[in-house]
Design a protein around this ligand. Structure first.
Ligand code: FES
Length: 103
């Protein structure tokens, strides 16, 4: 059974931006890409940059340090999709973003 956790109003994350949240000891980045709310780990596996500081375009966030690119829909590294970071389900209910609690 999914355990949904309330995060914030959907308009708190403008189009093309991300915001970081702490949840069960994990840092998770929640992004608004063309109105789609997506959540992936806010931690670049290259050298640990926060991905919420990166540029968001066409469903992809570009790491602000060395430009590795990650797909927001599944956390895959866009240049080598075999490598993935954590991806978390989200939903919007009554104008608020909820995330499926990481296990
Ligand atoms: S820390 Fe993200 S690409 Fe280097």
């Amino acid at each position: 059974m999914s355990n949904w956790v309330d995060l914030c109003p959907v308009d708190e994350i403008p189009e093309g931006e991300g915001k970081s949240f702490e949840l069960k000891g994990k840092t998770i980045g929640v992004f608004n890409s063309e109105g789609q709310i997506r959540a992936i780990d806010d931690f670049c596996p290259h050298m640990g940059a926060p991905l919420t500081g990166g540029h968001v375009e066409n469903g992809v966030v570009t790491c602000p340090w060395h430009a590795w690119r990650f797909r927001l829909e599944d956390g895959a590294w866009a240049d080598n999709p075999k490598i993935k970071i954590g991806c978390h389900k989200t939903q919007v209910v009554d104008g608020r973003i909820q995330i499926c609690e990481p296990g």
